[in-house]
Structures are given as structure tokens and as C-alpha cells.
Write a protein that binds this ligand. Structure first.
Ligand code: HEC
Ligand code: HEC
Length: 392
């Protein structure tokens, strides 16, 4: 982690600005970004409608799927948030430690359409099984507008500054454009754009094929058998709306891009004190308080401070789920944003932490020295730090 050394003083002042800029109008979770044009508000409204729709087998759902709509897993405390659903991933690690994907990728499908001939089972060869919790989408458009360069500048893969914290930018190919990009969405930073994630989720979570992901897949089921389980089709199922020409994946992208960021909760004096402890013991090394968006033709995204509390880099904090995915190693997880933490339970990529304190205590690996400092804090300071985290 190198950016803190060079940026600490500017960060501090920006951070203070953000804390004291809370007094604006109340932004309820699930609201659109402030300052949208009426046309953008209409895109947001239409996008939310599609995002919340419940699909059936006649609409292309399945044959294997995890949810009947994006909102099956992104609905609390408002559309775009999370639910308590966790997904399963599986794969195989051989005697030499090499990870291989089984037929159909790593995502397991929990459900299948009638008559369930294509119900997925964990294949015998699988010896790695992992669970993943949903990630809330509030402020996702701002995260998308952070430049690749910003993320590359803060990575330190060789740990050249010797602080024990490395952090890698996830170099991936964006399926929507075919371009080399830096991933920032998903627990493995597997996507760089909301359009690519929409295509991925539409096919992989719901079984609805689209321009970006045109083929049906299901873990452990060969494509020929999958065809037999689906009603006959004429190509991809995500068709353009006759009036707007938008595809489902464009609608999801619009909704997520225009969702407002989570607003800070009440910042009392304990929380304020906790904020400096968070910084002093080094949590901010990975949970970077603020990143800035690049220049953007839309003023809503143009050079904005994004108070997300994440560097969006891949780290090994000893909790890795064993799955290699895109640029991420088996033991790497992308630092989650902490904004909106008060609306989220359970925590961590696997949803295995029921409290914030438990999530903190599970950090090891690159975070070991920081967590050792946390453990040594006097009780009062620990309470302040937790009050700060609960105010996010
Ligand atoms: C069955 C539950 C489920 C459904 C249905 C679902 N998601 Fe998700 N979503 C998840 C999970 C779990 C993750 C974390 C995935 C990971 O990284 O492995 C996630 C992550 C995301 C992210 C990454 C957010 C970030 O900031 O990193 C986006 C974007 C997203 N989902 C969009 C969608 C869209 C669009 C749909 C509908 C087409 C959808 N999801 C349907 C469970 C779901
Ligand atoms: C080396 C980088 C690093 C440091 C240092 C670090 N974290 Fe994290 N943090 C992570 C990563 C990566 C995860 C996700 C781990 C997982 O899900 O398995 C995480 C997860 C969390 C979560 C759970 C968030 C969620 O949405 O589930 C909380 C809360 C958190 N960290 C707080 C802290 C606090 C407080 C400190 C300082 C005491 C700290 N972290 C230090 C990288 C770091």
C-alpha cells in the first residue's frame, strides 16, 4: 500500500469535508443520484422496473437459476441492496494445488425450472465449495466512473513499501467492449463495468441469455442436455424493448449507474473519534476513505469524491474462498466498500460474520499487523471504532 504515504494529508482534509458535509437533504437508500435530468430519471425508473421484475420459464428463466429477478438478491433495505441469500461456487484443486473449473464454470445453480431434469448437483470431482453473499449496488455508477489509472496508482503488488500490505489491481478484459480494464465489481473484482456485470448476472443468476453471454450454462451439466431442458428458443432471450430499443441488460445498467450512494448515518462524537482510530491503526490502508472519479461528460459523475472506504484492490486477508476467478487468485478478495455498512448483515464475502466485530477479527494475512493493533486498543477506543463503523 503506497498511496497513503503520499496522500495522507490531502485525504485527511477531504475526509473531514465529507464528514461535515452530511447535513444535506436526507437521501433514502434506493433513491436516484441527485442532479439527474428528467430523461435520466425516466431511465432510472424504467431500469428499476426491469430490475425488480419477476421472470418465468416462458420469459427465458432457467433451466437452472439462482433467482427469478435481480431483486431476488438485491432488495433490502431498498431495491438495489442485498438479501440474506448466499450463492454457492464450486471447483477442483488438484494435488499440485492447481485450480480447475469444471464443466459450466464455478457458479452453482440453486434452482431449476419444472420438470427439474436440469437440477444442478455438486459434481463428484468438486473439492472446493464456497459461498458468496450479494453486494449492494448503491453508488455503483460512481464506482464505475473511477478511472483504471487511479486503481493502478494505488496497487503495490510486490509490497515495495514493506508495510505487509500489497493489493493488486485486477487486470481483466471487459466483455462489453473487449478492452483491457481494471475490475472493481464482484468479490473477485471480476468485472469493470455495470453492463458486463448485468450480462453476467442475467445469464448466470437467472439463466437468461443475452448479447454478452449468449450460451446457456450450468455447472456440471453438458450443453446438449441443457438444451433438452429448455423450451425451444430463437437465439438470445434478452430482446430489445420495441419502444425504447433498450435491452434488459441496458435497463439494469441504467438503474444501477444512477443509484445514489449510501448516505452516512448519525456521526456522534464517539463515531468521530472512531474515525481517527480507523485511520491511525491502518484500516484505511485498504478501506481507502475516498477515491475520485475521472473527468466525465455527465456532471453527476465528473470528478466526484466517492466516500466508499475501499481501494477496490485484491488482497489476501486470510479469508479467500479457494476459487480462482478472472484475475483473482484463490486466496484473494476485493476490499469491500464500507459505505452503507449499517444496512448490511451478514458480513464478509461468505456471509459468515454476524457482527461487525466478528468481521474485523476474521482479517488475517495482509491485515495481520493492523488487526493486532485493533486487538490492543483499550475497550473505549474499540467501542468508538465500532460506533464509527456503525455510522457508515
Ligand atoms: C441469486 C442471487 C442474485 C441475483 C438473482 C442477482 N445477484 Fe447480483 N450479486 C449476487 C452476489 C452473490 C454477488 C457477489 C457475486 C460475486 O462477486 O461472487 C452479486 C454482485 C453483483 C454486482 C457487483 C456489485 C459490486 O459493487 O461489486 C452487480 C453489479 C450485480 N450483482 C448486479 C446484478 C444484476 C443486474 C442482477 C439481475 C440481472 C443480479 N445482480 C442478480 C447475487 C445475486
Ligand atoms: C489488507 C487490507 C485490509 C485491511 C488492513 C483491513 N481490511 Fe477490512 N476487509 C478487507 C477485505 C479484503 C475484506 C473482505 C474479506 C472477506 O469478505 O473475506 C474486508 C472486510 C471488512 C469488513 C466486512 C465488510 C462487508 O461488507 O462484509 C469490515 C467491517 C472491515 N473489513 C473493517 C475493517 C477494519 C475496521 C479494519 C481495521 C481494523 C480493516 N477492515 C482492515 C481488507 C482489509
Amino acid at each position: 500500500m503506497i498511496k497513503f504515504c503520499v496522500m495522507s494529508s490531502t485525504l485527511l482534509s477531504v475526509w473531514a469535508l465529507i464528514v461535515f458535509a452530511q447535513a444535506g437533504p436526507l437521501v433514502l437508500p434506493g433513491s436516484p443520484l441527485a442532479g439527474l435530468t428528467s430523461q435520466e430519471l425516466e431511465l432510472f425508473r424504467m431500469g428499476r422496473e426491469d430490475f425488480s421484475e419477476v421472470e418465468t420459464a416462458e420469459d427465458g428463466l432457467g433451466p437452472a437459476y439462482n433467482g427469478t429477478g435481480c431483486s431476488s438478491c438485491h432488495a433490502s433495505p431498498a431495491i438495489g441492496g442485498i438479501t440474506t441469500m448466499t450463492e454457492v461456487r464450486a471447483g477442483r484443486r488438484d494435488e499440485n494445488g492447481k485450480f480447475t473449473e469444471l464443466t459450466g464454470g464455478t457458479l452453482f445453480h440453486l434452482f431449476s425450472i419444472a420438470d427439474h431434469r436440469c437440477q444442478v448437483q455438486i459434481p463428484d470431482e468438486a473439492n472446493v465449495i464456497a459461498r458468496r453473499a450479494p453486494i449492494p449496488l448503491f453508488g455503483a455508477g460512481l464506482v464505475e466512473a473511477i478511472s483504471d489509472q487511479t486503481l493502478i496508482e494505488s496497487e503495490d503488488p510486490e509490497d515495495r513499501d514493506g508495510d505487509g500490505i500489497s493489493g493488486r489491481a485486477a487486470r481483466i478484459v471487459d466483455i462489453a467492449t473487449g478492452r483491457q480494464r481494471i475490475g472493481r465489481f464482484g468479490w473477485k473484482s471480476q468485472h469493470a463495468t455495470l453492463l458486463a456485470f448485468s450480462g453476467d448476472a442475467y445469464r448466470n443468476e437467472m439463466g437468461i441469455t443475452n448479447d454478452l453471454f449468449p450460451d446457456e450454462v450450468a455447472l456440471g451439466i453438458d450443453p446438449e442436455q441443457l438444451k433438452l431442458c429448455s423450451p425451444p428458443k430463437k437465439g438470445v432471450e434478452d430482446v430489445r424493448d420495441r419502444r425504447t430499443q433498450l435491452r434488459g441488460i441496458d435497463q439494469f445498467e441504467n438503474f444501477m449507474r444512477l443509484l445514489a450512494a449510501p448516505q452516512r448515518g448519525v456521526v456522534d462524537s464517539a463515531a468521530l473519534g472512531g474515525e481517527s482510530i480507523f485511520q491511525n491503526i491502518g484500516c484505511q490502508s485498504c478501506h481507502t476513505p475516498v477515491l475520485f472519479t475521472a473527468q466525465h461528460k455527465n456532471p453527476v459523475f465528473d470528478r466526484k469524491a466517492v466516500a466508499l472506504f475501499s481501494d477496490l484492490l485484491l488482497h489476501d486477508v486470510g479469508t479467500g474462498d479457494g476459487i480462482e476467478q478472472e484475475a483473482a487468485e484463490a486466496n484473494e478478495i476485493r476490499t469491500p466498500a464500507l459505505w452503507g455498512l449499517r444496512f448490511r448483515r451478514p458480513l464478509m464475502h461468505d456471509g459468515n460474520s454476524s457482527t461487525i466485530e466478528d468481521a474485523v477479527l476474521r482479517h488475517a494475512g495482509e491485515a495481520s499487523a493492523v488487526i493486532a493493533k485493533y486487538r490492543e486498543l483499550p475497550q473505549g477506543e474499540k467501542a468508538s471504532l465500532l460506533a464509527f463503523l456503525k455510522s457508515l
